[in-house]
Design a protein around this ligand. Structure first.
Ligand code: M6P
Length: 560
């Protein structure tokens, strides 16, 4: 594919940005077009049998508060066409090796293919082959039901009531985020810990809270070679064997979620207690795979299945909807519009939902590990900016911390606001929910309409020298996502996949490989070298004076 800036739709958009984009005033656009909301709002409906509402759940994506006209959207769609977004999407769903730097298919949609469409990689039916998607799912169902019912017992015959998932990156963020988001559905008699950091505090605190007789360890690692995970897993194993005086049965207390059977076996886990998946599942896309076992244990298999089904519904929308109606495509194109034509460097995602408090952290890996790339498909550097810095926190908290900058700072920060119409906790007769919703609506409105100097003065009693400080420029774009009911497993699945395919669309336009992650390697290699040097005499070799100086100081102060 060609670099994005060589496409004719790109130059067309540049001209359009000069003539229209730069001058569009959103509040005026709403005044002059009463149908603007309808024109730029898209909806998916999750069917009743999977959704949390008895009539199905609509999820509304309101793109109308973005800096676009109908012409802009047409031109962005043209860019998607010229960049081959549809072709690339179809190649992904056909199991082609679109992860071209690793020679791999990108086939995580198969993991949530609950309607069992034929899906093949290298001619192999990945759904029904031995060890394939359906078989692993069945293993997850059986195992989770045994653990949840107490039929699966620890080495002294007790029910397992503490689950410690040891994993990092994609083997941690998905399970953490989803179990938090679906806490309402979680088994109340299970305690979950997620240990990811190599900082010994993380595993030590989890172990301090746990009883070896009732603890189940899930060692989650696609490669089973990640230093943090193998070190934490070995520490956990040593703790378990010490605490049980060597009587503890690893087979009853340790399972592996991985693609690497030989390393799993070397660690001492019986392959019968391994839940596998394939190399075509990227780490950041792996919560749908065996890596999601903690989710299954916590919320139960039926809920996990609904989670997959909600994701599948969004996959089908992405596959079938024409580009102009295609919700993740529009989201991705808007990101391109702001990044490449307005110079926006960031993207804020603010869920107005406490259960979604880890959603932005999850999206950071999804987006920034996927599209934090410079090199395009022909091996040359992109001459345009690529993946934005994604950040966020739940609201209303974020409003009381960094929203000052979003409202009055010098940067353009395209923002997504997410709200569910219904709360799982409608306490105080829904007072909290109504206040939450009023903030969700008010923030997007305030960011758009702003406040002029005249309006500030009209409030009265404002000293003239304070007027400029109280002005809000407005015209700051937001996308409002409204789940027309509760956020249950299916709704969450669909929301995640919206962002997955938004990220796909961005990468497809930018002509980069969204599916490798070479950028995490260099630091790992250097850390290995330095780890050795900590145990050797001196302050290492071949380092710059800062690294060498800090290494020496660390050894001196730390007594190493
Ligand atoms: O599951 P693993 O193999 O332990 O990898 C954990 C993480 O490691 C690296 O940082 C990256 O490759 C991530 O994409 C991955 O999620």
């Amino acid at each position: 594919m060609a670099p994005a800036n060589s496409l004719s739709a790109w130059s067309d958009l540049q001209a359009h940005h000069e003539s229209v984009g730069k001058t569009i005033v959103l509040k005026d656009a709403f005044k002059s077009d009463p149908k603007r909301f309808d024109k730029f709002t898209r909806k998916v409906t999750l069917p009743a049998d999977i959704s949390s509402g008895s009539n199905g759940t609509d999820i509304i994506f309101d793109f109308s508060k973005n800096l676009i006209t109908e012409e802009t959207l047409d031109k962005l769609v043209k860019l998607a066409e010229e960049a081959g977004v549809e072709k690339k999407r179809d190649a992904m769903f056909a199991g082609e090796k679109i992860n071209f730097t690793e020679g791999r298919a990108v086939y995580h949609p198969a993991l949530r293919n609950v309607t069992n469409q034929p899906m093949k990689v290298d001619g192999v039916d990945v759904m029904n082959t031995k060890g394939g998607v359906n078989e692993v799912l069945e293993h997850m169902r059986v195992f989770s039901e045994q653990v949840r019912s107490g039929e699966w017992k620890g080495y002294t015959g007790k029910k397992l009531t503490t689950i410690i998932n040891i994993g990092i990156g994609g083997s941690d963020l998905g399970p953490v985020m989803v179990t938090e988001a679906l806490k309402h559905y979680g088994a109340k008699d299970l305690t979950l810990h997620f240990v990811s950091n190599i900082d010994g505090t993380h595993i030590a605190e989890a172990l301090a809270d746990s009883d070896p007789e009732t603890t189940l360890f899930l060692i989650a690692s696609k490669t089973f070679t990640t230093a943090e995970t193998t070190t934490n897993a070995n520490t956990a194993k040593t703790w378990f064997l010490e605490k049980t005086g060597g009587k503890g049965d690893i087979a009853k207390h340790f399972v592996a979620l991985s693609t690497n059977e030989s390393e799993v076996t070397k660690f001492g886990i019986d392959p019968a207690n391994m839940f596998g998946f394939e190399s075509w599942v990227g780490g950041r896309y792996s919560v749908w795979s065996a890596i999601g076992l903690s989710v299954v244990l916590y919320v139960g298999f039926d809920n996990f299945h609904k989670f997959l089904a909600g994701a599948h519904a969004m996959d089908q929308h992405f596959q079938k909807a024409p580009l102009k109606e295609n919700i993740p495509v529009i989201g991705g194109l808007l990101s391109v519009w702001y990044s490449n034509f307005y110079g926006a460097q960031t993207h804020l995602v603010a869920p107005f939902d406490q259960y979604l408090h880890r959603f932005p952290a999850y999206l950071q890996q999804l987006s920034m590990e996927s599209n934090g790339k410079t090199i395009t498909s022909d091996g040359t550097p992109a001459k345009y900016t690529t993946g934005p810095v994604v950040f966020g926190e739940p609201c209303t908290n974020a409003q009381h911390s960094f929203f000052q900058l979003v409202h009055q700072g010098t940067k353009l920060i395209p923002s997504d606001f997410i709200l569910a119409a219904k709360s799982h906790n409608p306490v105080s007769n829904n007072l909290h929910q109504k206040m939450l919703a009023s903030n969700y609506l008010a923030q997007a409105e305030a960011l758009m309409v702003g406040k002029t100097a005249e309006e500030v003065r009209a409030e009265g009693n404002v000293p003239e020298e304070l007027v400029p400080h109280k002005v809000f420029m407005g015209n700051r774009p937001t996308t409002s996502i409204l789940v027309g009911g509760l956020i249950g497993p299916a709704e969450l699945g669909a929301l995640i996949v919206y962002y997955e395919h938004l990220t796909f669309t961005e990468g497809a336009v930018w002509d980069i490989n969204s599916f490798d992650q070479w950028g995490v390697e260099l630091g790992k290699v250097l850390a290995k070298k330095i780890l050795k040097e900590i145990d050797e005499e001196g302050a290492g070799s071949g380092h710059d004076s800062s690294t060498g100086g800090l290494l020496g100081a660390f050894k001196a102060y730390g007594g190493f």
